[in-house]
Write a protein of this length. Structure first.
Length: 390
């Protein structure tokens, strides 16, 4: 059960609106065009590729070694991305050096989509964390393989509309349509490991929540953090429960990771994220992201004075209209918050006779009090990926 100290802290937070977004420093006014490079530090190049999504770009990076370049993330499957890569390979900044290795921060298709093609093109090995590699292999299997009743059951219990449920498993190749066949082997990176690149020690820092074992790379002497999707300056990464692990609590992992980053990483690093632009102000952004989710937790607890389904609770944390392609991720993120509240002992889940899960506050009087003073939250942008919800 929740302690009196946590109860007091939650009530105190509820009386204040979410703090203003931190003022971050963006050292680079203009991103590189697709197929071009921009040096952001000695031996570190920034590359940007287009994505056929609402989130229309991904940042990729190249790290110079004495005998070639390490690629960090790869872009999504498709000829457009490959053409951009071919332009990068001949860019003057690469000085004619080959691609010697590929690092993928995590298993999402905009990050691993061209890993297989790059590996084959350059005979370059792939480096990833183990959980991300194997999860990527699972996601890349055809969405039509095997039964799909579990996925439909997951979203049906959340109260998703029938037209959404009917779409599951139909007319989409899922992740496999966005990812070139992955390399059949990989080199494992785990928390505390390091890579020696051009005499510089890049330390593996693992974050969780957005994905199971997200790899970040920290170079302490240069003061650089390759943050992937774990820390992004202008949008919040999706933290979702998925049908593949329907009882997970990824928000606990996400919050724990950010608190550990605050403890272990210096504030003055140059953060190189996968989306938006490089920035300074790591600690301010981490504090904001933690408070962003804590604010959502309070708002959802306050909304559950009476039993509600996940679908009914979507407007509590998503203040804008959601398209059908975003609904799966939105439901997953909403359920992540509900599961964390259950783990804290603040919500109960009811298995209703109509087959729906409904959530109700463990202490309805406390939840009613929390309704007072909750300020608006202006950052509800989903990092949406096209394809079949999983």
């Amino acid at each position: 059960m929740q302690t009196a100290r946590a109860d007091t802290a939650a009530a105190t937070t509820a009386r204040a609106p979410l703090r203003a977004k931190p003022v971050l420093l963006y050292p680079f006014a203009t991103p590189p065009a697709p197929g071009e490079t921009l040096e952001v530090a000695p031996g570190v190049l920034w590359v940007r590729m287009t994505l056929p999504l609402a989130l229309d770009h991904i940042n990729l990076y190249l790290l110079e070694d004495h005998d070639g370049w390490w690629v960090v993330d790869t872009g999504m499957r498709g000829r457009t991305t490959q053409a951009s890569w071919e332009a990068v390979f001949t860019a003057p900044a690469l000085r004619g050096k080959p691609i010697k290795a590929i690092i993928c921060t995590h298993c999402h298709p905009d990050h691993i989509g061209q890993a297989g093609w790059l590996s084959e093109r350059w005979r370059a090995p792939l480096w990833m964390s183990a959980a991300e590699y194997y999860m990527g292999r699972v996601f890349c299997t055809s969405s039509s393989d095997g039964p799909i009743w579990e996925a439909r059951d997951f979203y049906a219990k959340a109260g998703a509309p029938s037209e959404f449920l009917e779409r599951i498993g139909k007319g989409s190749a899922g992740f496999s349509g966005m990812v070139e066949p992955m390399p059949r082997s990989f080199h494992r990176l785990a928390q505390g490991d390091h890579l020696l690149i051009n005499g510089m020690r890049w330390e593996a820092v693992i974050g969780r929540g957005h994905s199971p074992e997200h790899l970040c790379l920290f170079q302490p002497e240069a003061g650089i953090l390759l943050s992937g999707d774990q820390v992004i300056p202008l949008i919040t990464s999706n933290v979702s429960v998925m049908a593949i692990e329907p009882e997970a609590d990824p928000l606990a992992d996400w919050l724990d990771s950010h608190r550990r980053f605050l403890r272990d990483l210096p504030d003055d690093v140059l953060v190189l994220p996968s989306h938006n632009t490089p920035f300074r102000g790591l600690h301010a952004r981490l504090h904001y992201l933690i408070e962003h989710h804590e604010h959502h937790l309070l708002a959802l607890e306050a909304a559950c004075v009476e039993p509600c389904t996940a679908q009914e609770l979507l407007p509590v944390i998503f203040r804008r209209a959601l398209g059908s392609e975003q609904l799966g991720l939105a439901i997953g993120e909403l359920i992540a918050h509900l599961h964390h509240l259950r783990a804290l002992g603040l919500l109960h889940r009811q298995d209703s006779e109509d087959g729906l899960y409904r959530y109700v506050a463990a202490d309805p009087l406390r939840a009613a009090r929390l309704r007072d003073g909750l300020g608006p939250d202006d950052e509800d942008v989903l990092m949406d990926l096209a394809g079949q919800p999983v």
